[in-house]
Each structure stands twice: as C-alpha cells, then as structure tokens.
Design a protein around this ligand. Structure first.
Ligand SMILES: C[S@@+](CC[C@H](N)C(=O)[O-])C[C@H]1O[C@@H](n2cnc3c(N)ncnc32)[C@H](O)[C@@H]1O
Length: 288
C-alpha cells in the first residue's frame, strides 16, 4: 500500500505561517493589554532558571527564534536591559511585537526580523538563544536545535520549550477528540473551563485555544532526545522544568522522572480539571 507522503519542512512552514497569519499565538485584544502583561514580567514567575541566567549579568545579546507577538523579547528588553534580535515568519505577529516594543520604550533594544528561522543568518554569537514553543511546529525539531545552537557563544546557553511526549497525549486526545466528534466550538467550551489564566480577554483565549488544539503541525519530544541533541551540538543540560528547575539529579533519575509526565497530565485533566498542555523546557550551556 502506498504510504502517506511525509510533510516537508517547506510544506509545514507554509501551513504554519498561514495558520498564524489568521491569528497569532498569545495575541491580546489590544497593544495596551499586551504591554501590561510584559510589565508584570512573566519570565520571573514562569521560568526561574531563565530569570537567574538573565539576572547574572552574563547576558548582553539574545537571539529569539520564533518570537511570535513578542512577549518574551519585549520582556527581556524591558526587565533585563538586554539587546534582542527576534525572528519570526508571521508578519502579523511581528507587527504587534514592534508596536508593544514602541509602547514600552524598548524599540532601540529590539530588532524584529521577518524570516524563516532556518534561513536566518548572523555572524553574531549570542550569550543566550531562546526558542519557546516553536521548533515542534517546524517538521524538523533536531535540525532546529542544531541551527539554534550554532548561534550560541562559548559560555552561553540555549533555552528551549517543547511539547512533551507522552505528557501531551492526554490533553490532545481529549480536546482534539472532542473537536473531531462535536466540532471546534464544543472543544473550545471545554478548553475555556480548563484555561483559567486567559479568560479575561476573548481574543487571547481564542489564540491559545487555536494554538493548543487546532494546530496544522506539531510534534512531541522527550528530555532524553533533547539531551542527545544538546550533546551533538556541544551543549550540556543545565536545568529543566522536568524536575521543576531544581539542581540536576543523576541523569537516570531525571529521565525516570519524565516518565511520570503522562500520569501528571492525566491527573490534571481528569481529576483536577485544570489546564496541563504537556510542555517542558530545557536549558543547555556551551563550555567556555
Ligand atoms: C506557538 S508560537 C510561539 C511564539 C512565541 N515563542 C511565544 O512563546 O509566544 C510559534 C511561533 O513560531 C513561529 N514559527 C514557526 N515556524 C517557524 C519558522 N520555520 N520560521 C520562523 N518562525 C516560525 C510562528 O510564526 C509562531 O509565531
């Protein structure tokens, strides 16, 4: 039997870009409310290891691959005084990101570049490269990690956020299953009972729902894979959300811990009835 054609990086990019041109991810109703969200510094509370790195004084220049509507780039420029080069191929998201930068007075420290991240080239080596929620939408996550790592300076780091396998399965089965059986609005009705963070802004809530449930292309990964990709690119794991950003235990213990993700996901959705997207972060550092 002929097998289904595998999507290519180019076909994935085309579908993903037009998906986000309709409504970018994390897109607020207004520039003002996006600016308020940045002013609250979402990094400090959500990504303590990233906050520590940015507060260390080591980081002056950051590259963000897949910056979307710019919450992270604008947060870094506003709260940590760093210069950020930010790349994304969705023009509508970049337009919003630039408006927020201007509103917050950080336009001079941010450079937004409209490009496919795989085509982005720069001679600068950055003390920090970040890519959160992006590479699993490219059809080539390992290639994306290699490309991102190529911009990391000696002593610098790469901060990645990716969907977790099998931590994401329960959420996808429930929400995408409902969308397939009863339609998008039925799935949205369930989603809005789970996601209690983005309720106040209908555009924002819809943008999260679409991204989480209706996406044209996503893959899921494990810390075990990421550690191998990091090693192949000359990086060593420094911290991860898998053990809640604590000091790293022996690798076997850490990899055993990630096996509990599926059960944590099931409990969150079925018992606690709360949003658990099945997402993890990994921070890799290059030796000096
Ligand atoms: C889920 S959003 C995350 C955006 C941002 N990192 C955030 O946390 O809000 C994924 C973003 O990746 C961008 N993206 C996906 N594939 C890309 C590619 N090949 N080149 C450039 N941008 C890409 C999309 O345009 C979108 O803005």
């Amino acid at each position: 039997m002929p097998s289904e054609a595998q999507p290519t990086r180019a076909s994935v990019a085309g579908a993903v870009r037009s998906f986000y041109e309709q409504l970018p991810f994390n897109y607020h109703e207004s520039v003002e409310s996006s600016g308020e969200a940045v002013r609250a510094n979402p990094v400090a509370a959500t990504y303590p290891d990233l906050h520590a790195e940015l507060s260390s004084g080591r980081v002056k220049h950051v590259l963000e691959l897949g910056c979307g509507a710019g919450w992270l780039t604008n947060t870094l420029a506003s709260h940590y005084g760093v210069h950020v080069t930010a790349v994304d191929f969705t023009a509508r998201a970049l337009a919003r990101a630039r408006e927020i930068a201007t509103r917050l007075g950080v336009a001079a420290r941010t450079r937004f570049v409209e490009s496919d991240l795989f085509e982005f080239a720069d001679d600068t080596r950055f003390e920090l490269v970040v890519s959160i929620g992006v590479l699993h939408h490219t059809g080539d996550t390992p290639g994306g990690v290699r490309h991102a790592a190529s911009f990391v300076a000696p002593g610098g780091g790469l901060y990645l956020g990716l969907y977790h396998a099998p931590g994401r399965r329960v959420f996808l089965d429930a929400l995408q299953g409902l969308a397939a059986r009863e339609g998008e609005e039925a799935a949205f009705a369930l989603y809005r009972t789970l996601d209690r963070v983005h309720q106040g802004d209908p555009t924002l809530l819809r943008s999260w729902f679409r991204d989480q449930v209706l996406h044209p292309h996503e893959t899921q990964h494990t810390l075990r894979e990421v550690v191998a990709w990091f090693e192949g690119a000359g990086l060593k794991l420094a911290s991860t959300s898998i053990n809640r950003f604590a000091a790293l235990p022996p690798q076997a213990e850490l990899l055993a811990l990630e096996q509990t993700y599926a059960e944590r996901s099931r409990r969150a959705l079925e018992v606690e009835r709360r949003y658990f997207p099945g997402f993890f972060t990994a921070f890799g550092r290059r030796a000096r």
